[in-house]
Design a protein around this ligand. Structure first.
Ligand code: 13P
Ligand code: SF4
Length: 303
């Protein structure tokens, strides 16, 4: 029996024993996505977390996503598939920096991208994801918005709103390193391709794309489109569900090395070990959880 099969069987057995549900982000390794009960983008995973009745949620993704599940579903035990799977962009802002920044803009509301720690969400007025940033910012009652931490998503949203946006200079190293020149070269190679990018890409990359979308929005766009070839400007894990749902279509990432090292830390063996040992329990102090939940609940009420 190969090691994937062995792990799959162990995971299936433990799922029953622990009354567990496995959720995975669209960037996870194909074999990890395949054993999940639910896959999705950050917004879908947050929404799903609210209603999960299982005793254990095994979260295959990065820390801020598992924290969001722990914030929204405090009665479940949330296990993160790899202890050190984090998001470098989320770590670019902390509570101290945010508090200091807020003092300079007392009239502004803080909108925190979901890629932030629970503590930063607790200091924010609204949460948003890449799927609903524009809707959330437009729904904020204040005229001024402090947006943390992604400068590229913040810039993208600022082009779609009349609000005055002050954007923190954080970025995702995976998306930010893609250049307009690379898009140009990819388009020369596949001139007929539709270009779908994530809003964490740089503004000049987004300008060259047919659409800037969250990971699940990319999946829906590609499914509904009559086009046959797509250039994808996001982490390569998305190629697995894209090819699965539309085997007759062709999908290529803009560059071959479009990889988030943290998203790839989780292996099938690690999911099994995490369940066997019930390790990597993600907890959020109650006082932080309540305040972070307010920011997330406000987002969920808008979209
Ligand atoms: P999505 O919410 O679009 O899935 O994106 C999450 C993320 O981390 C992008 O880098
Ligand atoms: Fe964070 Fe970028 Fe990885 Fe998404 S792709 S989890 S933003 S480092």
């Amino acid at each position: 029996m190969n090691s994937f099969k062995q792990s799959e069987e162990g995971i299936a057995k433990l799922k029953k024993e622990l009354n567990a549900i496995i959720v995975a982000h669209n960037y996870q390794r194909p074999e990890v996505q395949d054993i999940a009960d639910f896959t999705g983008d950050s917004l879908e995973l947050a929404r799903k977390s609210v209603g999960i009745e299982a005793e254990v949620i095994v979260f295959c993704g990065v820390r801020f996503m598992a924290e969001t599940a722990a914030i929204l579903n405090p009665s479940a035990m949330v296990l993160l598939s790899h202890l050190e799977a984090g998001c470098p962009m989320a770590d670019m802002i902390d509570v101290g920096k945010l508090r200091k920044w807020k003092q300079d803009y007392p009239e502004a509301a803080v909108v925190a991208y979901v890629n932030t720690t629970a503590a930063v969400k607790a200091e924010s007025d609204f949460c948003c994801t890449s799927a609903n940033g524009v809707e959330v910012v437009n729904a904020v009652p204040n005229d001024e918005v402090l947006f943390v931490p992604d400068r590229n998503l913040g810039h993208y949203v600022s082009t779609k709103t009349a609000k005055k946006m002050i954007v923190y200079p954080g970025f995702c190293y995976v998306h930010d390193r893609i250049t307009a020149e690379q898009v140009k070269l990819a388009k020369q190679r596949y001139p007929q391709a539709k270009v779908l990018v994530h809003p964490e890409c740089r503004p000049d990359v987004i300008d060259m794309a047919d659409a800037a979308l969250s990971t699940s929005q990319i999946l829906r766009y590609a499914k509904q489109s009559s086009d046959k070839t797509f250039l994808i400007g996001t982490e390569e894990g998305i190629l697995h569900p894209l090819r699965k749902q539309s085997p007759e279509k062709e999908f290529y990432t803009i560059t071959p090395d479009f990889v988030c090292a943290d998203m790839k830390k989780t292996t099938l063996e690690m999911v099994l070990e995490t369940m066997q040992t019930r390790r990597n329990v993600v907890t959020v102090p109650e006082e932080v959880r309540i305040r972070a939940k307010q920011a997330i609940d406000r987002m969920l009420a808008i979209t």
